[in-house]
Design a protein around this ligand. Structure first.
Ligand code: GAP
Length: 513
């Protein structure tokens, strides 16, 4: 991961947000190449799921969300994670992600120093083999926080009421430093904000939320879409957009962020079709991932067991990917029944029913939801593409080639164009003409600096699948029959072939779509 994160920064894929000011935790900025990768992914998802299908239409809902919407959906009351704080370092941890530990707990009732004393319970867990003085040192550091003299050395404090107990598989202590944690409390993950200039803090009508999923605007606009687009069930509404969650522990680069993008489809159907369509969507989504370059053997399906699914779901498959930091969720395919539409009908008091012309039945449609994370997919693609290999250069020297083996559909630059010699005016002129011609259809990059081998390496590192070199043959100076042809070099095999300039556009278009 370190190599990937460093390449992402060095070559302009992904930067830490507000890095200039020490960084905004859980937020990321996509640089010139990252933004291209992300757009390519979103465009391809949209083309496959909306433009190429008759039964799915799109939506672009607002990010600011009416509190009534999220009250009806259950997010205001229940979208929370259990959270606890380390009494010593103040680090905030997800209570359900703490590894159970065993060992000896040292308990204290307080501490004193000179005429100062404090009565407050604290404890430290020592794992087998750790020295008891470690527990005392940690406890002194804890009590020293309460001493009025902040320069006081914790060593001068005397601990009160030391007792010990044996603990088995406890999650009450911070695995990092052994300190006792607070009791777990529910922590709502939504970002709340005030709307309007004169809003007062306690005016409930002025409260809005940054949406925690794109799904809810699809449900609240279901009726409008139905009435204005004449869709018939089964049909879907798709949306790509930002979602926000105040994650307690953002981690693993962009994997768990506080601001991220989702690509969601709500596929409305008759009640009896929900389970079958969930299975169909699972297969559809797996083939999508294979199509963009994630191999099937690195994708895993978790059939989420009863009791672990979201409250609204009768069936959920998690599609997981083998990231370098472990096998983790990429997308959820959930059968949400008619939970959301029913709740919005109940809370708004307005009918959201569907009338089936053929059966003359009225019902609230059920929904299957394939919900993918755009940033997570980009991360998976970058991880999968990253490769280092030993190659022998033209002088027989072995060097390491870093190559991003991105699928051409996803690669940020589709083709790089080089004149062999930047001083050769004819080569430069032809290269610029090719750049202009291809640039109308795809992202191209012109480079004339450095040896051609170095230029290839620079493109390999950012995943450019093709490089075109305009050379003396192109001008017809060496072999007249090669006039009007260029070298087309392939990133993965490093093979080169001669291609007529006139054939470049159709050839490349067929490779990058
Ligand atoms: N509408 C259903 C829903 O939002 P979810 O499993 O909470 O379900 C769907 O989220 C997908 O969104 C996840 O599979 C993941 O790819 C992405 N996602 C969720 N939380 C994320 C986070 N904090 N950072 C990045 N991506 C996230």
């Amino acid at each position: 991961m370190e190599k990937i994160v460093s390449l992402c920064k060095r070559r302009g894929f992904i930067y830490q947000s507000a890095e200039l000011y020490g960084g905004l935790n859980g937020c990321w900025d996509y640089g010139p190449l990252g933004v291209e990768v992300k757009r390519n992914l979103k465009d391809y998802w949209w083309r496959r799921n909306v433009q190429e299908r008759e039964d799915i239409v799109g939506l672009d809902g607002s990010i600011l969300t009416h509190q009534a919407v999220l009250t009806a959906s259950g997010h205001v009351g229940g979208f929370s994670d259990p959270m606890c704080d380390c009494l010593l370092s103040k680090a905030r941890l997800r209570a359900d992600q703490i590894e159970p530990q065993s060992g000896t707990a040292y308990h204290y009732s307080g501490a004193s120093g000179g005429d100062w004393s404090i009565e407050r319970k604290f404890a430290v867990l020592l794992r087998e083999g750790q020295n008891e003085n470690k527990a005392r040192k940690t406890a002194r550091q804890y009590y020293a926080q309460f001493h009025p003299d902040k320069s006081l050395s914790p060593k001068t404090l005397e601990l009160q009421g030391e007792t010990t107990s044996e603990e088995n598989n406890t999650t009450s202590f911070n695995p990092e430093n052994g300190s006792l944690l607070t009791e777990a409390r529910e922590f709502n993950l939504m970002f709340k904000t005030q709307m309007g200039a004169s809003s007062s803090e306690d005016d409930p009508n002025a409260v809005a939320y940054l949406r925690p999923e794109t799904a809810q605007s699809i449900f609240t606009q279901f009726k409008n879409v139905l009435d204005t687009s004449r869709m018939k069930v089964p049909f879907g509404i798709a949306q790509i957009g930002k979602a926000f969650r105040n994650e307690i522990n953002p981690r693993n680069f962009t994997f768990r962020s506080r601001e991220f993008e989702q690509m969601e489809i709500e596929y409305f159907c008759r009640p009896g079709d929900g389970l079958r369509l969930t299975d169909e969507w699972l297969e559809n989504r797996l083939s999508f991932y294979e199509d963009i370059g994630l191999p099937r053997e690195k994708l895993h399906v978790l059939d989420v067991p009863d009791g672990e699914r979201a409250h609204y779901s009768e069936k959920t498959y998690d599609i997981e990917f083998d990231f370098p930091f472990g096998c983790q969720e990429l997308e959820g395919v959930a059968y949400r029944t008619n939970y959301d539409l029913s709740k919005h009908q109940e809370h708004s008091g307005k009918p959201i029913e569907y009338f089936d012309e053929t059966t003359k039945e009225k019902f609230i449609p059920h929904v299957v939801e394939p919900s993918a994370g755009c940033d997570r997919t980009v991360l998976a693609l970058l991880c999968e593409a990253f490769d280092e290999e030993d190659v022998v250069d033209s002088k027989g020297k072995t060097e390491t080639r870093t190559v991003m083996r991105l699928n051409p559909k996803i690669a940020p630059i589709k083709v790089a164009i080089f004149p062999l010699l930047k001083k050769n005016e004819d080569q430069v002129k032809i290269s610029r003409e090719i750049q202009e011609e291809l640039g109308r259809f795809m992202n191209v990059f012109y480079d004339e600096t450095g040896a051609v081998g170095r230029r290839y390496r620079r493109q390999d590192e950012v995943g450019t699948p093709f490089c075109i070199t305009v050379d003396f043959e192109t001008l017809g100076e060496e072999e007249p029959e090669l006039k009007g042809t260029v070298t087309l070099r392939h990133r993965d095999s490093m093979e080169q072939e001669r291609v007529a300039i006139a054939d470049l556009l159709p050839r490349l278009l067929s490779e990058i779509r």
